[in-house]
Design a protein around this ligand. Structure first.
Ligand SMILES: NC(=O)c1ccc[n+]([C@@H]2O[C@H](COP(=O)([O-])OP(=O)(O)OC[C@H]3O[C@@H](n4cnc5c(N)ncnc54)[C@H](OP(=O)(O)O)[C@@H]3O)[C@@H](O)[C@H]2O)c1
Length: 358
């Protein structure tokens, strides 16, 4: 049963609808979704639902309405596949719904993929379900942080290595927009951890109301509000990692820093209602984590990539325990209200939302 359906072109229109528990064919399994996270990243899935095909993962039967994907945990409650038993728990990409039917394929001790026709053309990273029993790094006591942090941290881990392998584009400072977002905080954590070796200054740009929280994390060398950047940014060689997606801001920094601005890594769209003209933003390129992880799997191998990623992740998850207050959403009305608040940019970055609906 979908917890929330979102109108694909009018994102502030939401609806709930009833559905029945799916029947299985041979080779299929049924997941009961246990819990999942909601962050602005999920709002971006809706914003880019057509362009990046996020509406195609979990098609809704209702005309014009879509299901926003989320990261979370689920348990196998029915199985018509010999290699997957009822009771097994997995981490992966789910609909905001009670159930997900999966056509299981590419099975290994670590996990399996949904090989159903409509998901085959989509990025493989989203189609993979990892078996918790085989994940050495999984710690049940930290489980509620994992769906909030892991997908975002993985992106930041990849951005960090992209910056490092590009010699920070010959810059001396890395400027992160939407510095209060969890993805930005995770990148700032990676930069801070490696600051001695890399010699990069870490600069956060954020809304005035979030300056204090961002400073309190201790990850940034300077935290500047969007209102103050023209007077407070240092005129030295810089790369920007952009999580906000506000092209006027990027153009403004480019006008200010001129030749000192070396590169802009376009990652996010938290400020999704701002005017977009990315083709006009100089020195910029989009960064799509699913493409970069496939490249790392080729360059380093999946085992090395995952073990480096998980080791770094656990450090940030431990910090997140101090930094984030978990809040639980337990019914569909509260979920709809949270989604609309998040769409409007009205949520407190200190909060980490976990949805648990029975
Ligand atoms: N390219 C990729 O592969 C990839 C992968 C993962 C994540 N991302 C993107 O990274 C971004 C951050 O995601 P997250 O889940 O880490 O976010 P989050 O923790 O939920 O971020 C919350 C912050 O985003 C800003 N914000 C939120 N809504 C806004 C609105 N309506 N208008 C203006 N600003 C708003 C505010 O930050 P400030 O006040 O600091 O601006 C807010 O504190 C998302 O756009 C996500 O899609 C991209």
């Amino acid at each position: 049963m979908p917890h929330l359906l979102v109108h694909k072109t009018q994102l502030n229109k939401v609806q709930q609808s009833a559905d029945s528990k799916p029947e299985l064919k041979d080779g299929e399994i049924l997941f009961k979704v246990e819990k999942y996270a909601l962050t602005t990243n999920n709002i971006t899935y809706a914003v880019c639902g057509f362009n990046l095909k996020y509406w195609n993962f979990f098609p809704s039967t209702e005309k014009d309405l879509g299901i926003v994907p989320v990261w979370g945990f689920a348990e196998v409650v029915d199985s018509k596949h010999d290699a997957i038993e009822v009771g097994e728990r997995c981490y992966g990409y789910f609909p905001m719904a009670d159930y997900l039917k999966v056509e299981a394929g590419k099975i290994s001790e670590y996990g399996f993929s949904d090989v159903v026709d409509h998901r085959r053309p989509l990025s493989p990273i989203y189609n993979f379900y990892s078996r918790l029993a085989a994940d050495q790094s999984f710690d049940e006591s930290l489980a509620d942080y994992i769906p909030i942090i892991k997908p975002l941290f993985a992106t930041s881990f990849l951005i960090y290595h992209h910056l490092k392998e590009s010699n920070f584009f010959e810059g001396e400072q890395v400027i992160l927009t939407s510095a209060s977002s969890k993805t930005a905080l995770a990148l700032a954590y990676m930069l801070k951890e490696n600051a001695k070796a890399d010699g990069q200054k870490i600069i956060g740009l954020t809304s005035t109301r979030n300056v204090e929280f961002v400073e309190s994390t201790g990850y940034y060398d300077a935290v500047i509000s969007y209102e103050d950047y023209t007077s407070k940014l240092t005129h030295s060689p810089a790369a920007i990692v952009d999580f906000a997606g506000n092209t006027a801001l990027l153009q403004g920094i480019n006008d200010l820093l001129g030749d000192h601005l070396k590169n802009i890594v376009l990652v996010g769209l938290t400020d999704w209602q701002s005017e977009k003209a990315f083709k006009e933003v100089p020195k910029s390129a989009f960064f799509f984590a699913p493409t970069h992880i496939q490249q790392k799997y080729q360059d380093w191998g999946a085992e090395k990539t995952n073990s480096l990623l998980n080791a770094a992740l656990m450090g940030f998850v431990k910090d997140s325990q101090k930094m984030l207050d978990l809040e639980y959403v337990t019914d569909k009305e509260a979920l709809a209200a949270l989604y609309l608040q998040m769409l409007g940019g009205k949520v407190d970055p200190k909060k980490g939302y976990v949805v648990v609906i029975d």
